[in-house]
Design a protein around this ligand. Structure first.
Ligand code: MLT
Ligand code: ZN
Length: 493
């Protein structure tokens, strides 16, 4: 047996300490949280454990560690890679893990405009974090489509990115401090909003992007930035992804750091959204091979940003970089443009099955990579339909491969997906690795990408990661099966 089930005594201790609000082994309470967001995996757990504060979280981990019981942390259950689903642990059919939900830990402990920092517990939902920062006259500058579900602990643990990474970076560059329970139950207390700290290894950076395999994040101190006075959101049509990057550098030259989003939507992506998302309409008169959503912001009291963006886009049209552009005339128009971008994934899913990828290469290489990879996929998997969209300004796109069109259409590509998606993903991940890029830019590895990651990762990197894991979690109890192989519980670390 690899992972033991919690003993009746352990379950009783957890139930006694956490109470009815924090402990349940009722299958009906567990069921909604056992299947991942993309509905690819369903797991099993002996109990749903929901600590109310850091001390309870430490109690849970220490109690589980004493018996070598597996813990799977979960926030909003919005992982794109099944990173928070207790699947594949223990023997088939066995419900041995504890699913540790952080959703009750949803306090904003403090917001300091003076420190430009907020201390938020792991279960705080991103949209609520945005509101708390705004109420203090500041801004938390990271956003993504799942902002209504994704929680601070998950965002930290996956080093989440999203649609506004261009200027302030992903979570890794926004976390000033962390509070976490290490796998032995000890607390790492490091929430001070220090801008400089040179005491050796930066342990918080191991937990950021560690996918819960090195500890349970209970709270984070996050960087805030000045609130936006005004934003200008433009939708741009153009024929070439290379020229999109020329436009990005032109915008930066003219507008400095104001450009915060630079998102790519291909013609077929926009068509999917218009087909499947009610209330959407095309922003430009013509259809363009590529579309860009650009957001530029100015701080409070600064000159109107739309008035500065317009002439640069005019110049880009004159220079032949872009074909057409429109700037939202109101906040509601800006929101409508964002809906076109943010609902692309949902529209794609409604249309049928797709093998989904989240890749990065150096920004300047991305247009060439997308073209080469699309051609290679088309040759290797006839009929499959590659579609690339997303964060072009960060050198990160979602290079998805949709099931072939046609057939009787009744299965939405399910048969193709079941037979081919694993091979397609291995192929795409191989291409990006050969190109010196990353097969996971912002979603993490989780359980869905683990096999490809372990096959393609550089041996030195793999060995170093395993050494760190064994050093901090020798029994392998933290989120087994995410990111790294399941621990062989009979082997000595
Ligand atoms: C996005 O950028 O829309 C998401 O990260 C990708 C996705 O949902 O597949
Ligand atoms: Zn994305």
């Amino acid at each position: 047996m690899r992972y033991p089930s919690p003993s009746p005594g352990l379950l009783a201790r957890l139930a006694a300490r956490l109470g009815r609000a924090g402990f349940s082994s009722d299958p009906a309470d567990l069921a909604p949280w056992l299947t991942d967001w993309r509905r690819r995996l369903t797991g099993a757990a002996a109990a749903l454990v929901s600590p109310a504060d850091a001390e309870e979280a430490a109690f849970v981990v220490a109690a589980a560690a004493a018996e070598g019981v597996a813990i799977v942390p979960q926030g909003g259950n919005s992982s794109m890679v099944a990173g928070a689903t207790p699947a594949g642990i223990g023997e088939p059919g066995e419900a041995c893990a504890l699913l540790v939900s952080m959703r009750r830990m949803r306090q904003i402990r403090s917001v300091s405009a003076a420190d430009n920092a907020v201390v938020a517990e792991a279960g705080v939902v991103l949209a609520d974090l945005h509101d708390a920062a705004a109420a203090a006259g500041r801004r938390f500058p990271l956003s993504l489509a799942a902002k209504g579900n994704a929680t601070v602990g998950g965002l930290v643990s996956t080093n989440a990115g999203g649609t506004q990474v261009l200027r302030f970076g992903p979570m890794r560059s926004l976390v000033l401090g962390l509070e976490a329970v290490l796998p032995d139950g000890s607390m790492l207390r490091g929430l001070a909003p220090l801008r400089k700290d040179n005491r050796g290894y930066d342990l918080k950076q191991l937990l950021i992007g560690g996918e819960g395999t090195l500890g349970l994040v209970t709270a984070a101190t996050l960087r805030l930035v000045p609130a936006i006075g005004e934003r200008a959101v433009a939708w741009i049509g153009l024929r070439s992804a290379e020229q999109a990057l020329t436009l990005l550098r032109l915008l930066e030259d003219r507008l400095g750091e104001s450009v915060e989003s630079f998102e790519l939507v291909p013609a077929e992506g926009l068509a999917l959204v218009l087909r499947h998302i009610p209330g959407t309409r095309a922003p430009l008169a013509d259809s363009w091979e590529w579309n860009l959503l650009v957001e530029a912001v100015s701080p409070r009291g600064a000159e109107a940003i739309a008035g500065r963006l317009g002439p640069v886009l005019g110049e880009a049209i004159e220079r032949g970089l872009i074909g057409d552009a429109t700037i939202a005339a109101s906040e509601s128009q800006a929101d409508s443009l964002w809906t076109l971008r943010e609902s692309l994934s949902e529209a794609e899913a409604r249309d049928g099955m797709a093998a989904k990828h989240d890749i990065a290469v150096p920004v300047a290489d991305m247009p060439g990579f997308m073209a080469r990879a699309a051609a290679a996929v088309a040759e290797r998997f006839p009929g499959a339909r590659p579609i690339a969209f997303g964060h072009l300004g960060d050198g990160n796109v979602h290079f998805n491969v949709r099931a072939p069109a046609g057939g009787d259409g009744s299965d939405g590509g399910r048969a193709w997906f079941a037979a081919t998606a694993t091979e397609v993903s291995r192929f795409v991940h191989g291409l990006v690795t050969e190109a010196g890029g990353s097969m996971s830019a912002e979603h993490g590895i989780g359980r869905l990408k683990r096999a490809d990651f372990l096959q393609l990762v550089d041996p030195a990197r793999r060995a170093a990661m395993l050494a760190i894991k064994h050093a901090l979690d020798p029994a392998g109890i933290m989120n087994p099966g995410a990111l790294l192989p399941l621990a062989d519980r009979r082997a000595r670390p």
